[in-house]
Write a protein that binds this ligand. Structure first.
Ligand SMILES: Cc1ncc(COP(=O)(O)O)c(C=O)c1O
Length: 383
């Protein structure tokens, strides 16, 4: 079965739900057991609402099938998927290698709670090679975390090479796969142990649910299940339902997000106000070759570095957009634009001018370009 078919048919059980095409929303904490035997030997299959219902299990099945994993677990947000995955494989005295271009709040978790619990983090440059990685590995290095492309600056990582090196040292490999989704990149088949997705973005696709997924390979599934259960992570039936409904159209949505983002990215490249466009699908992008080798496509999120301008130019441009709204998320059907501040501690790319992040939504690309063009008129008028 191909992925686009899998998206439609996975995690659906009409015969178990009166023929309903979608698994209905189960809102349940108590799940009544019919016999002492079942009561004492749960889950068979469902023992208590916190550990799952048919609605959450359906979504887990869909994500797991797409990721090619052994087990998927749901979390209440994308960030909690990142932090739970880290806690599932790390303990006091361990050393973590964290990509420097990681999503800011994941970085903050390493610097705060993870440090307090005795885990030391080294932030590494996202574009390191396998040989560079060898040098960073210590006897107590237990995990490496990757995010490709990286937050804000969109550098692509050589996941297969880094994962193979980490594996040779018995190090757990975690990948934040939110940008690509498991439709466009499959971390587990490229050597990762845990693939993490802020499903809040493209899987949900409609900007109305916060939810995360962690998918484990066979070797890591028990560890993930154990931590997830003991930590008490749970997701509501309503949120799981909306996420699975969103996933049914992920294929067509992502195809359109890519087409529009590529059109906008090329348009930005031709603008005199722009220093650089950060989008791996562009042939000129430094990460293009690896992206082309490993990914089945691109999503709709990309960066734009502007040439230095006056303080008022950027607000004049962004405040006046009619279609690009400002909001700290992405992956929904709507176009978004934000200014981006990057926090880095390892060597790597640093923009000189203002860095912007655009999410290409599902509007007509020509209307979006007209909105962006009017924005540059305000930008230039402001000096
Ligand atoms: C790459 C990445 N990972 C994780 C997250 C966290 O997701 P959530 O907002 O659902 O906690 C985000 C959110 O923006 C993200 O961009």
């Amino acid at each position: 079965m191909k992925d686009r078919t899998r998206l439609i048919h996975s995690g659906r059980h009409p015969a178990d739900h009166a023929g309903a095409v979608n698994i209905p929303v189960y809102r349940a904490s108590t799940l009544i057991q019919p016999t002492v035997e079942r009561l004492e030997n749960t889950p068979t299959p469902f023992g208590y609402g916190r550990r799952g219902t048919p609605t959450t299990r359906g979504l887990e099945e869909s994500v797991c099938a797409l990721e090619g994993g052994a087990r998927t677990m749901l979390t209440p947000s994308g960030l909690s998927a990142c932090t739970a995955a880290l806690m599932a494989v790390l303990g006091a005295g361990d050393h973590l290698l964290m990509v420097d271009t990681v999503y800011g709040p994941t970085r903050a978790f390493c610097r705060g709670p993870l440090k307090r619990f005795g885990v030391e983090t080294t932030f590494y440059t996202s574009t390191i090679t396998a040989a560079d990685l060898e040098v960073l590995i210590r006897p107590n290095t237990k995990a490496i975390f990757l995010e490709s492309p990286g937050s804000g600056t969109f550098e692509v990582q050589d996941v297969p090479a880094l994962a193979a090196t980490a594996k040779a040292h018995g190090i757990a490999v975690l990948v934040d796969n939110t940008w690509a989704t498991p439709l466009l990149f499959k971390p587990l088949t490229h050597g990762a142990d845990l693939s993490i997705v802020a499903a809040t973005k493209y899987l949900v696709g409609h900007a109305d649910v916060l939810i995360g997924t962690i998918t484990a390979n066979e070797a890591t599934a028990d560890k993930l299940n154990d931590f997830h259960g003991k930590f008490g992570l749970t997701t509501s039936g309503d949120d799981a339902y909306l996420t699975q409904r969103g996933m049914r159209t992920l294929g067509v949505r992502l195809a359109q997000h890519q087409t529009t983002a590529l059109k906008l990215a090329r348009w930005f490249q031709a603008r005199p106000e722009v220093e650089r466009v950060l989008y791996p699908a562009l042939e000129t992008d430094p990460g293009h070759a690896i992206w082309k080798r490993d990914f089945a496509g691109a999503s709709g999120l990309f960066g734009v570095e502007l040439k230095p301008a006056s303080k008022t130019a950027v607000p004049a441009m962004l405040d006046g957009y009619e279609l690009f709204a400002m909001g700290w998320s992405w992956g929904g059907y709507e176009s978004l634009a934000v200014t981006t501040k990057i926090d880095r501690s390892a060597p790597g790319y640093r923009p000189a001018g203002t860095l912007l992040r655009f999410h290409a939504g599902l509007e007509d690309p020509d209307d979006l370009i007209a909105d962006l063009a009017a924005g540059f008129e305000r930008f230039n008028a402001a000096g």
